[in-house]
Design a protein around this ligand. Sequence first.
Ligand code: AMP
Length: 297
Amino acid sequence: MKVVTTFREAREEARGRVVLVPTMGYFHEGHLRLMEKGRELGDTLMVSLFVNPLQFDDPADLARYPRDPDRDAGLAAEVGVDVLFVPPLEEMYPTEPFTRVVVSGLTETMEGVHRPGHFDGVATVVTKLLAGLRPHLAVFGRKDAQQLAVVKRLVVDLSIPVEIVGHPVVREPDGLALSSRNVFLGPDHRPTALELSRALMAAADLVEHGERRAAPIVAAARGAAPHLQFEYVELVDQDGLTRIERLDRPAFLAAAARVGPVRLIDALFFDLSPEGEPVPDRGVFLEAPSVLYREAG
Ligand code: AMP
């Protein structure tokens, strides 16, 4: 594995079909599974590691964002990453960018309401990564469901020749979606944090029992999480992110809640079977707790 710090060096390593997995580091199996998926889909696997200040709406969140580039490099090498691109701030933003990528429409609900400016930062850095590294394909997680829709839309709108692939949510054995910020969850927070994935699973259960109306599906999610103060629970269509009344097209149920010092988000996708029936994607459950905790001792 080559560790590089400039766009040029990263491009010089490209052979054949190039796959990119963009990340902010502090790797867990959510990242590692995306990389393994990327490994299967191309010849050169690039992973970018950059904590993008532009997408943080809260300076305190940016300041304490967990970082451990050496550990990350070890984990990336183990899963067969070819190029780990770790640009310093000067490489990514040599000057304050006058150009920002703003995806309207898709960013005014859910995360967009609670994290002003967040998606402008995401869209701008993703566009820079795609332009600077020129991958044929890029893999993003379904956990950040709205982000995935925003990225899919921006590559269409800007005619960027890249295929965007979504990967199922990777979960702890108890269901909690992996997140680098989970290291800040104390044992006292864990039971409440678990209610988030339980809420989504309860909704999936109801759908599997035949429910198609949005209101009872959302109510089932809320009902399964009595101690959680949700910021939102929304059932929306996968591409347009408009709220739907019936589960009759590809959709996802997304939710966010603050638990102690951490803001958690999670999503459960409903894809359609060939017969047009919704099929819940509950994600991938790990068999043992994440490396996130193992390494921390
Ligand atoms: P981050 O480093 O948190 O910005 O995440 C980098 C990529 O990994 C994004 O595409 C995320 O959606 C994805 N990701 C993070 N956590 C998970 C997870 N638990 N399951 C699936 N994808 C994830």
